[in-house]
Design a protein around this ligand. Structure first.
Ligand code: 8YV
Length: 315
C-alpha cells in the first residue's frame, strides 16, 4: 500500500523525522523557496498536514489541499489552525495535550523565580566583574508568601498552581467557573479583580478569538508597579502594545514572557527593557516532552489512516 502524503509545515528533530518518513510520504513546505508554488504542485496529493503549534494551518493552506483528511498539531495550542475551514470539510484535527503540561508549568514558575530574584542579571554581575568591582548585587523582592493569580485554570494553569503552593503563595484563579479540583484556591471571576489580587499574574489560557487581548491595559495596570505578568500561553492573550507601554513607564513592574506577537521577530521595544525576562517559546522544550509530542503527532496520523479513533482529537 502506498504511504499517505503528508504536508509538513515546520521542522522536527531527526528522532521524529525518520519514523515519520517510514510511515508517510512527507512534503516539506518549510524547505520550499516558494511556498505557494510548492502548495499548488503537491496540494492535490496531500491527505494529512503535520504542523507545529505556532505555525498551524490557515484557510489558504487547507484550501490548497482538496483531499485533506487530517491535521496533526505538534503542540497543545491549535489556535493557528483554521478550525472553521476544517469543520466545513469535515477535516479532523489533533493536538498534543497532557504530555507537555508539566514542562510548561515548570518554565512558568522558573521564569517567575528567575525574574523576581534577578538571576540572569546576578550571573552577569558575577561574570562581568561587577561583584568584585562594585560589591553586593542589588536586593530583590521575595517570592514566598506573595499572591499569585492564574488566568485560565486548565491543565497547565492547575500544574502552575500546584507548584506555587509549594512556594507558599496565596493562589487565586479565573476561569469560566470555579473548579472542584481547586478547592483550596480562591475563584475570582473577573480578570481585573484577579489582577488586583496578584503580585504574579500567570497567563495560562488556551488562546482563541474570545481570549484575544483579555490581558488589556486595565488588567496590566491592576497587576501594578510592583507586580509581574508571566505569559506561557500565546502572545495574542495579551495586548502587547499596552504591555510594552506599561513596562516602559513603570505602571507594570515586570514581565516574564515565552511568547511574542510575530515571533521569532519580536517587537524591538522589548530589547530595550531591563524589567523583562524574554524566552524563545520553549516552555515545552525538553527532550523527553518533545519526543512524547512527536510520537503523539505520528500516532494520531497513523490512527486516522488505519481507520482507528484519534488519540487526542480536537475536531
Ligand atoms: C509549540 C506550543 O508547539 O504546545 C504548544 O501549544 O506552543 C509549543 O509546544 C512548540 O514550540 C512546538 O512548535
Amino acid at each position: 500500500m502506498s504511504k499517505p502524503d503528508i504536508l509538513q509545515v515546520g521542522p522536527y528533530p531527526e528522532w521524529d523525522q525518520i519514523p515519520l518518513q517510514e510511515s508517510f510520504h512527507m512534503h516539506k513546505l518549510f524547505e520550499a523557496s516558494d511556498a505557494a508554488a510548492f502548495l499548488s504542485s503537491v496540494g492535490e496529493s496531500i491527505r494529512g498536514i503535520a504542523t507545529r503549534g505556532e505555525l498551524g494551518a490557515d484557510r489558504a493552506m487547507i484550501e490548497a489541499c482538496p483531499n485533506l483528511e487530517v491535521i496533526s498539531v505538534y503542540g497543545v495550542g491549535f489556535d493557528a489552525v483554521d478550525l472553521q475551514a476544517c469543520r466545513e470539510r469535515n477535516i479532523r484535527v489533533t493536538n498534543t495535550p497532557d504530555v507537555l503540561t508539566n514542562d510548561v508549568a515548570d518554565l512558568g514558575v522558573a521564569m517567575m523565580l528567575a525574574q523576581s530574584r534577578g538571576i540572569v542579571g546576578a550571573e552577569t554581575w558575577v561574570k562581568d566583574g561587577s561583584w568584585a568591582a562594585k560589591g553586593l548585587y542589588p536586593l530583590k523582592s521575595r517570592v514566598w508568601g506573595k499572591k499569585a493569580g492564574i488566568l485560565g485554570l486548565g491543565r497547565i494553569g492547575y500544574e502552575v498552581g500546584k507548584r506555587l503552593a509549594g512556594f507558599d503563595l496565596d493562589i487565586a484563579y479565573s476561569d469560566i467557573g470555579p473548579k472542584d479540583y481547586a478547592a483550596d484556591w480562591t475563584f475570582v471571576p473577573d480578570a481585573v479583580e484577579l489582577a488586583r489580587h496578584s503580585d504574579f499574574l500567570f497567563v495560562t489560557l488556551a488562546a482563541s478569538a474570545e481570549t484575544r487581548h483579555i490581558v488589556n491595559s486595565q488588567v496590566i495596570e491592576a497587576v501594578g508597579p510592583q507586580g509581574m505578568v508571566i505569559n506561557i500561553s500565546r502572545a495574542s492573550n495579551i495586548d502587547e502594545d499596552a504591555l510594552l507601554d506599561a513596562l516602559e513607564n513603570g505602571r507594570l513592574g515586570a514581565a516574564a514572557l515565552d511568547v511574542f506577537e510575530g515571533e521569532p521577530a519580536l517587537n524591538p521595544r522589548f530589547l530595550e527593557l531591563n524589567n523583562v525576562l524574554l524566552q524563545p517559546h520553549h516552555a515545552s522544550g525538553t527532550v523527553e516532552t518533545r519526543k512524547a509530542m512527536g510520537k503523539l503527532v505520528r500516532d494520531n496520523l497513523k490512527a486516522h489512516f488505519d481507520g482507528r479513533d484519534l488519540l487526542t482529537p480536537v475536531l
